[in-house]
Design a protein around this ligand. Structure first.
Ligand code: NDP
Length: 250
């Protein structure tokens, strides 16, 4: 009888931001189940510990880091610790984000700043921390989770869309600049059933988003897309994937 083949991502070391819930947690579960060593980063340590315990109990490899990705020095430490723990970072999944939607006239400037700090600057800090390492090792893959809101603007979502359009723009710049051995993928989900809408502070907007969420797909669909992009040969770079619920018309 022949031995069963190694899991598809055996030996791959993946740093995932926003891994304490929703899409990031689903990505962590999926990649670990397929043999990757995953570093799970976010602020809620209890959630990260529970996910890492689940992955480890299933025979996978996971470590955790409590990090606010709006803190540039902390993101650099995260990348350094991941490298020290696993030996290298093969894939960075820039997934952490928040979506406190509101009309511009509501003047929620602190919420705008937080979205810029996490959704945009957090992604930049992640790239800054791993790009030199990936260039030095001659391989790497940066996967940025954007949104359908990176492709079109919605009323009440101007600042969120601005951050996600920016993530798409910088991903394209990274793709062109990073060199022939580093892959760049942008994944743009439509409505996914997660905790993302919990940061909305305008009741009417929260109610509208709850209605959209009736058709939401599970975060495993986004994890499947990450796995698809990672599973390609090193010479194949899946640049963009947009995934919506079939019933989503926006
Ligand atoms: P969740 O709210 O479930 O997850 C967001 C994750 O980001 C959490 O793990 C949260 O962890 C983390 N996070 C937020 N702020 C920070 C921070 N400052 N530092 C570190 N981690 C942070 O929502 P989703 O899973 O839906 O969101 C994941 C990504 O998917 C986001 O970028 C979002 O914009 C994008 N997206 C989601 C869609 C959806 O419909 N759900 C659609 C399109 C895109 P913690 O609070 O523990 O720090």
């Amino acid at each position: 009888m022949s031995a069963s083949p190694a899991p598809i991502f055996a030996g791959r070391r993946v740093l995932i931001t926003g891994a304490s819930s929703g899409i990031g947690a689903a990505i962590g579960r999926r990649l670990a189940a397929d043999g990757a060593a995953v570093m799970l980063a976010a602020r809620r340590t209890d959630r990260l510990e529970a996910l890492a315990a689940e992955i480890t109990a299933a025979g996978g490899t996971a470590a955790i880091a409590t990090v606010d990705i709006a803190d540039r020095a902390a993101v650099q430490r995260l990348a350094d610790e991941t490298e020290a723990r696993f030996g290298a970072i093969d894939v960075l999944v820039n997934n952490a984000g928040l979506m406190p939607l509101s009309p511009l006239a509501a003047g929620k400037v602190e919420e705008w700043e937080r979205m810029v700090d996490v959704n945009l600057k957090g992604v930049l800090y992640g790239i800054a921390a791993v790009l030199p390492k990936m260039q030095a090792q001659g391989r790497g893959h940066v996967i940025n989770v954007a949104s359908v809101a990176a492709h079109k603007v919605f009323p009440g979502a101007a600042v969120y869309c601005a951050t996600k359009f920016a993530v798409r723009a910088l991903s394209e710049g990274l793709r062109m600049e990073a060199g022939p051995k580093i892959r760049t993928t942008v994944i743009s989900p439509g409505t996914v059933a997660t905790e993302l809408a919990d940061t909305i502070t305008v009741p009417e907007v929260a109610a509208m988003i709850r209605r959209y969420q009736e058709i939401a797909i599970g975060p495993e669909a986004i994890a499947d897309a990450v796995a698809y992009a990672m599973a390609q040969p090193a010479t194949v770079d899946v640049n963009e994937i947009v995934i919506r619920p079939t019933a989503q018309d926006l």
